[in-house]
Design a protein around this ligand. Structure first.
Ligand code: THG
Length: 371
């Protein structure tokens, strides 16, 4: 049996936008949180990339499911799950929050939205965080409700996103600061719109909470976007790697701690907040991390798709592995993300990348983001 075709079933959830995505010519899907995520539209990922940098795109990112935590102990539960100090988070604010287990291993890296003092959404990457949160809440006897509301997020990304969003939702859109959100009218309902998104140009994310309005929302944004040359899109691998945006399951798994993937700035280590994994994380910090995430620039012409990690070598010693690699048409080199062993992680360090096509590709390390 071929692995190139995905066999659909109810377990692989469609989104309320999937019909529209198919109508505008999606060329394939990935599955995230048991839900379809479009992977490509234009003839090539490179065309998608150039378009995203100059115009505006509409992305079905419904797979960014919300783990909703509400009730008297909601803030306590969320703080228990993350090393990031959330005490200063205001209602209407988003925070990128690593979630770690008792060993400080990463379980997810969601965007947290504080909807009220006693109500949070964790907009998750690809792992079943709902079950973990439920387990903690039940096990600790907390007074919270944990569920997955039927919120289906539509991202509007690219330099023209703000003008387009103003046309649809009004001038109040301009007042929404980065990683903040506001409530805007759509078809007589109030919808949450945040500034942010999984791209370097950025934009907005519409957290639509009524699936009956999904196609109407898609069609409205699509129609308003015509004068901005809108196209359907999806998280773009070239843009993501250039921006140094990490992907759970690719650059990080439970084998990694937040310190080695440059998330120390989101970790409280001074003992002022209590969370699962604090002692483990403090011990790692005291010892010093043994590897760190870096960019890898490498040659040999456009690399093949990185379906499994490629060894990064210094001489005969494996110092890391490229977990995502792609040709950058702007930098005119291959770019990759890799954890690199201590002692070898200085920018400029010469390396060789062993790609799946059998080539030994010379290159060097750099700091993130690329540029
Ligand atoms: N949007 C939403 N949910 C998501 C993603 C998203 N969940 C899964 C995945 N993407 C989470 N990963 C990231 C990684 C980085 C950022 C957002 C989501 C990001 N970080 C900012 C930065 O690096 O500059 C700032 C973080 C901060 O200040 O707290 O944007 O894309 N809804």
């Amino acid at each position: 049996m071929s692995t190139s075709g995905l066999n659909m079933s109810r377990r692989i959830r469609r989104t309320p936008y999937t019909d529209r995505v198919e109508q505008v010519g999606v060329r394939g899907f990935s599955v995230v949180n048991h839900m379809l995520l479009p992977k490509a539209f234009q003839p090539t990922v490179e065309e998608d990339y150039w378009h995203l940098r100059s115009h505006v795109q509409i992305w079905d990112v419904s797979c960014q499911r919300q783990v909703q935590i509400q009730g008297p102990h909601a803030a306590r539960l969320v703080q228990w799950m993350t090393p990031r100090d959330i005490r200063k988070c205001a209602v209407g604010q988003c925070m990128y929050v690593p979630i770690v287990d008792d060993q400080a291993g990463l379980l997810n890296d969601p965007v947290m939205l504080k909807l009220a003092e006693d109500r949070f959404w964790l907009s998750i990457a690809d792992s079943d965080l709902l079950l973990y949160a439920k387990g903690l809440a039940i096990g600790a006897g907390m007074d919270v409700r944990v569920d997955e509301p039927d919120v289906n997020t539509l991202a509007v990304q690219g330099p023209k996103a703000e003008d387009l969003m103003v046309d649809v939702f009004g001038p109040g859109i301009r007042e929404v600061r980065f990683f903040r959100f506001g409530w805007f009218d759509f078809a007589g309902t109030r919808q949450l719109i945040a500034r942010g998104g999984y791209s370097k140009p950025g934009g907005f994310e519409i957290y639509l909470d009524d699936r009956a309005l999904a196609e109407r929302l898609w069609d409205t944004v699509w129609a308003a976007g015509q004068k901005y040359q809108i196209t359907p899109g999806c998280p773009n691998i070239i843009d993501r790697v250039e921006a140094g945006l990490l992907s759970y399951g690719n650059e990080m798994t439970r084998e990694n701690n937040p310190l080695e993937i440059s998330l120390a700035k989101y970790c409280s280590l001074d003992g002022s907040v209590d969370y699962i994994g604090r002692a483990a994380l403090q011990a790692i910090a005291a010892r010093g991390v043994q590897r760190e995430i870096r960019g890898v620039l490498f040659d040999g012409g456009p690399c093949p798709p990185c379906a499994k990690p490629w060894p990064v070598m210094v001489g005969t010693h494996k110092v890391g592995q490229v977990t995502t690699g792609i040709w950058s048409p702007r930098l005119e080199r291959n770019i990759g993300l890799s954890l690199i062993e201590r002692g070898f992680w200085d920018p400029g360090q010469p390396v060789e990348v062993l790609t799946v096509d059998g080539l030994v590709r010379p290159g060097e390390l750099c700091a993130l983001p690329f540029d």
